[in-house]
Design a protein around this ligand. Structure first.
Ligand code: ZN
Length: 179
């Protein structure tokens, strides 16, 4: 740990600024297509990635995996991605690579890795095969039948943000008196 890691604890905290992304992701996770956990299906997915369940590795750097990364992000440029939380979109990744990839397009992320071109091609090929096997077609959020619901959902999210902002303002008033 570095000495300056204490910095963010010492700074004033804004509920809205610190939690907006979390809320956005919660909504995206809520809407995301999901699957059913079947061990044999996950084993098969790992096999397609050239891996075994006893040693699950990050598809990007080969180190021990500790998360599942979404090849296609749940939120892309403020819009819901539509690929969801399913095999064919989820791949094992280490925290570092998952964080570094963020919402980047997976091919672009792999191309930007600090590794030999040959390794990049190998990873890309493996992931392409994986994606090809599941052939996920993204949910169509522009379907007219759900447009009113999506609009409502968006309004609810905005209400949450505005309540968070209201809370921030109240906190400021309280602190002004207490400090
Ligand atoms: Zn990694």
């Amino acid at each position: 740990m570095k000495i300056n890691s204490i910095k963010k604890y010492l700074l004033p905290y804004s509920i809205l600024a610190n939690r907006q992304t979390t809320i956005n992701h919660a909504f995206a996770n809520g809407l995301a297509r999901t699957g059913i956990y079947e061990e044999r299906d996950v084993k098969h997915a790992l096999k397609l990635l050239g891996q075994v369940p006893s040693k699950i590795l990050c598809v990007y750097c080969g180190k021990k995996a500790d998360t599942w990364d979404h090849l296609h992000a749940l939120v892309l440029k403020g819009e819901y991605g539509g690929f969801g939380n399913v095999l064919g979109n989820l791949v094992p990744a280490c925290k570092k690579c998952n964080g570094a990839k963020g919402n980047k397009e997976w091919r672009k992320f792999v191309n930007g890795l600090p590794i030999a071109d040959e390794s990049k091609q190998k990873i890309t090929h493996q992931l392409e095969q994986y994606v090809e096997y599941y052939k996920i077609s993204p949910c169509n959020f522009s379907n007219n039948a759900i447009s009113a619901n999506l609009k409502n959902l968006d309004r609810i999210k905005k209400d949450i943000f505005s309540l968070m902002q209201e809370a921030d303002e109240e906190i400021l008033k309280i602190k002004k008196v207490l400090e």
